[in-house]
Design a protein around this ligand. Structure first.
Ligand SMILES: Nc1ncnc2c1ncn2[C@@H]1O[C@H](COP(=O)(O)OP(=O)(O)OP(=O)(O)O)[C@@H](O)[C@H]1O
Length: 241
């Protein structure tokens, strides 16, 4: 479970990029995080993962405060950033072993997971190449593999499906479903409203740093007295004109 309480974040020239945000992401569900460009999705995710400090409020992951118990909190989540352009000077296999070392994944389990996952994602043959030479989708897949190797309880994914080919996208969605079905937490941001409608149990919608809706899609339709698609409701909700 992730609990975001009264979180605020200002940037120079952009006060209240995140404005008194309260949000609880329960276990056992896939929760989609929606909002227009600049709404505050990545900023929220970066605060959840300890990349950006909070100005005020608190965020806990399975009870561990991301600022006060940073190491314990960081052990229990896996994060896929929106820009997978990291560790470009490492070979694919070096990156995966680096992650395995950090999270102390036993060598045999690690080897088995690396082989299975990279074969499923069709990047097994590229493991001896530098990540620099990988396409966007391949970089995305090596980072997703890194998350899956240490098998964290909580998955936090920032636009994870962007750039994935249909087979990999399908596989990742299945993995998200399995992970949530085992009682774990899966939270991901997306601009793909159809994917969210198809995959998520709940949605959180943010606009201008404020949470404007949390619930399931039927509740969203009930609240706005409509049987329209998520796309239409979303566009109406976030229309600032
Ligand atoms: N480092 C920064 N310095 C100044 N302003 C920032 C910084 N990072 C984000 N912002 C601002 O905070 C607001 C929220 O940005 P954020 O990247 O969280 O939005 P987003 O919902 O993830 O958008 P997108 O869908 O385009 O990725 C925006 O107004 C953005 O310009």
């Amino acid at each position: 479970m992730i609990e975001i309480k009264n979180v605020t974040k200002d940037f120079p020239g952009n006060n209240k990029a995140i404005d008194s945000l309260n949000l609880t992401i329960p276990d056992g569900k896939i929760v989609g995080f929606l909002g227009p460009n600049g709404a505050g999705k990545s900023t929220t995710i970066k605060m959840m993962t300890g990349i950006l400090p909070l100005d005020s409020g608190s965020i806990t992951l399975n009870g561990f405060d991301i600022e006060k118990n940073a190491l314990e909190a960081k052990r229990i989540f896996g994060y896929v950033p929106d820009q997978p352009d990291m560790f470009l000077r490492l070979k694919g296999i070096e990156y995966l072993n680096f992650i395995g070392d950090i999270f102390e994944v036993p060598k045999e389990i690690r080897a088995e997971r690396i082989e299975t996952l990279t074969k499923q994602f069709n990047i097994y043959d590229a493991l001896d190449d530098y990540i620099q030479t990988f396409s966007h989708g391949m970089r995305q897949k090596i980072i997703v593999t890194g998350v899956l190797i240490h098998d964290p309880d909580i998955w936090i994914l920032d636009e994870p499906l962007t750039g994935l080919d249909p087979k990999s996208s399908y596989m990742l969605k299945e993995m998200m479903r399995d992970h949530a079905a085992k009682g774990n937490t899966v939270f991901f941001s997306s601009h793909g409203l159809e994917v969210v409608e198809q995959l998520c149990d709940e949605v959180a919608i943010i606009n201008k740093g404020r949470l404007i809706f949390y619930g399931n899609i039927d509740e969203l339709r009930d609240e706005y007295h409509t049987d329209q698609s998520l796309e239409k409701v979303f566009l109406e909700l976030t229309d600032d004109a």
